[in-house]
Design a protein around this ligand. Structure first.
Ligand code: SF4
Ligand code: SF4
Length: 73
């Protein structure tokens, strides 16, 4: 299964990854991180992730990691 990991503390909640995801699988957390930003998080439908990497590519803060399940060890 593909996996998307978002580093809550690195994220500024800019929302670019939400807009970039072609499947609309990301959302903004209701709970702020330690810097007071509401970070992006994966939604319930994250199982539909196609590991396209758009969210990872667009993030200005390097807060996203995408693991393509096909290539995972
Ligand atoms: S890898 Fe692609 S499909 Fe998966 S969450 Fe990121 S933008 Fe969406
Ligand atoms: S693009 Fe990066 S910094 Fe912006 S909300 Fe997404 S994870 Fe956070």
């Amino acid at each position: 299964m593909n996996e998307v990991r978002i580093n809550r503390e690195r994220c500024k909640g800019c929302g670019l990854c939400l807009k970039a995801c072609p499947k609309n699988l990301l959302q903004i957390s209701k709970t702020p991180n330690e810097r007071g930003f509401h970070p992006a998080e994966t939604g319930e439908n994250i199982v539909q992730c196609i590991a396209c990497g758009q969210c990872y590519q667009v993030c200005p803060d390097g807060a996203i990691e995408v693991i393509d399940g096909k290539h995972a060890k």
